[in-house]
Design a protein around this ligand. Structure first.
Ligand code: 1PR
Length: 505
């Protein structure tokens, strides 16, 4: 959509096609309409788009849906200051509006038979598909004519009828599929607890909870806002040529019209014939197969460790060569998620100088049980702990804490954090609110809370108490203990906005 416009502050020296004579500018991270006075950029997630021109433009009504949630992911937009009149160049174009915090922007435009959407209709579930159908089915005469009535300039109506609290984004519910080969060589969705995915019975086989593409389709139908596939054994071998996850993504993308994230093995690799593949090439193969974001785990830890070491030596922090940097430069920061696998490290608080046991570098990451949330179990009261990062699916610990890692990956260019907890994974005890609050407060990019969900109430709690943008679960969905719609209903009753979708449109 943005190339249709006159210019963009993303690339000040270049002009756009000028089909829509209006400038593109970047969202602000400070925002008086949110409780914290800040908002995450990119604007990522489901938000409203509505027809707002007054008076109505004849003939255009059936080309747009009145008002619906669509999937947005962008940092720049055609921002329209409130109350301004946008002269639509002699009535030659019309637009719909969206709102991100206190900023209102054009969410889609039409000029003749040229349409542009700031959101992704192909990733916006049934509402997006319906919009595409309306445009494809419009007659040439409906499209060739400029919307000549009424006489410009159009003034957009007050967006308050659709105003939601805060940023306007819905609280996203993400379904996660941990994928690996079982002992018979079949690719299965598995799920364990605290990262142990083998049965507790004597044979210790890999738990098989279903087929990846079939489960993804079920979650799409059930209303998941996003689906995440994690190749959890990618640390063993991840040659691009024999990467079965490419086919999983390709098949899922044919019928699942919400954003797909793929994680595991996004790193520099070597094919069996010796061909070297950069992380950027690996990510590119996934994007071309239908993934919208890639998620980087172990390599992100190594990249931040190296960045901090360079900084300590007085060298420039950014090398420009890490996967996070090359992929975010090539595809945009919104396409790069970093998946963090932290573990609690308890500190013995019985001696008066107990704080000395904690490396000063990790003290900003320290949580003391007394100050913790209502969720802190009675046995945790009085204890203290910090969160240490791991690699290779929790198999190795590193001397880096979760705040250092989250802030480090943001500096490298990551657009989102997927925050797991090895302690809570698969336990159903609820999200680790202390951990999530810590990370949410440390970065300006969106955070997906993961691990430990056992009920709809856990989602309400994590959204309300930490302000995260998304909540993810695996086990409760796979075992059909709690449905996605049940979670959404609970979150809605808890006073938060969610996308409810009607697959019959
Ligand atoms: O290091 O870049 O190759 O990525 C590997 C990826 O695989 C990482 O994102 C890492 O989190 C993931 N992973 C590795 N081993 C495991 C394992 O379980 N043995 N799974 C694993 C991580 C955590 C979540 C899980 C939530 C929600 N699984 O994905 O879905 O904890 O679970 P719940 O709702 O049932 O509590 P790299």
């Amino acid at each position: 959509m943005q190339v249709l416009f006159a210019s963009s502050s993303e690339n000040p020296g270049s002009t756009g096609l000028g089909v829509i004579p209006y400038p593109i500018t970047k969202f602000s991270t400070t925002d008086p309409s949110t409780p914290s006075g800040r908002k995450s950029v990119p604007h990522m997630g489901w938000n409203r788009s509505w027809r707002a021109w007054t008076p109505p433009v004849e003939g255009d009504s059936k080309l747009w849906r009145d008002e619906d949630d669509y999937y947005f992911v962008h940092s720049y937009a055609a921002i329209v200051p409130p109350g301004t009149q946008v002269d639509s160049a002699a009535g030659e174009y019309v637009y719909t509006l969206g709102r991100y915090g206190s900023e209102t922007f054009m969410s889609s435009v039409r000029r003749g038979n040229v349409f542009g959407t700031q959101f992704h209709p192909e990733k916006s579930g049934p509402a997006g598909l319906d919009l595409l159908r309306r445009w494809l089915e419009a007659s040439p005469s409906e499209l060739s004519s400029a919307p000549t009535t009424p006489t410009p300039p159009f003034r957009y109506t007050d967006p308050s009828p659709v105003k939601r609290e805060g940023t306007g984004l819905t609280s996203r519910i993400v379904a996660c599929l941990d994928v690996r080969s079982n002992d018979h060589g079949d690719l299965v969705v598995t799920k364990g607890d605290q990262y142990d995915v083998r049965e507790k019975s004597d044979d210790r086989g890999v738990r098989n909870l279903g087929k990846p593409v079939e489960l993804a389709q079920r979650y799409y139908t059930d209303g998941a806002d996003e689906i995440c596939f994690l190749n959890i054994t990618s640390f063993r071998s991840s040659a691009l040529l024999d990467q079965p996850m490419l086919e999983v993504v390709r098949n899922a993308a044919e019928t699942v019209f919400v954003p797909l994230t793929i994680g595991g093995g996004i790193k520099d690799t070597t094919d069996p014939d010796g061909t070297r593949r950069s992380a950027l090439e690996v990510a590119g193969a996934y994007f071309r197969s239908g993934a919208d974001k890639v998620s980087i785990g172990s390599e992100a830890v190594i990249a931040v460790e190296e960045m901090l070491a360079r900084e300590k030596n007085g060298e420039p922090a950014l090398s420009g060569t890490t996967g996070i940097e090359t992929i975010s430069t090539g595809y945009g920061s919104q396409a790069v998620v970093v998946s963090i696998d932290p573990k609690r490290v308890y500190v013995d608080t019985t001696s008066p100088d107990w704080i000395e046991q904690v490396d000063p570098a990790h003290r900003p990451c320290l949580v003391i049980g007394d100050e913790a949330t209502s969720r802190t179990a009675p046995e945790e009261k009085g204890k203290a702990w910090w969160y240490q990062c791991t690699i290779s699916g929790g198999r190795a610990v590193r001397d880096i804490d979760v705040v250092q890692l989250a802030q480090g990956v943001e500096r490298l260019g990551a657009g989102e954090v997927l925050l797991n907890s090895i302690d809570r994974d698969g336990t159903g005890k609820g999200f680790d609110l202390d951990l999530i609050r810590l990370v949410r407060g440390a970065v300006g990019i969106p955070v997906v809370a993961s691990s430990g969900a056992g009920s709809a109430g856990d989602f309400v709690e994590v959204f309300r108490e930490t302000g995260v943008e998304a909540g993810l679960a695996a086990g409760i969905f796979h075992r059909k203990e709690v449905g996605i719609d049940e979670v959404k209903e609970g979150v809605q009753k808890g006073g938060l906005a969610v996308r409810r979708c009607d697959l019959d449109v």
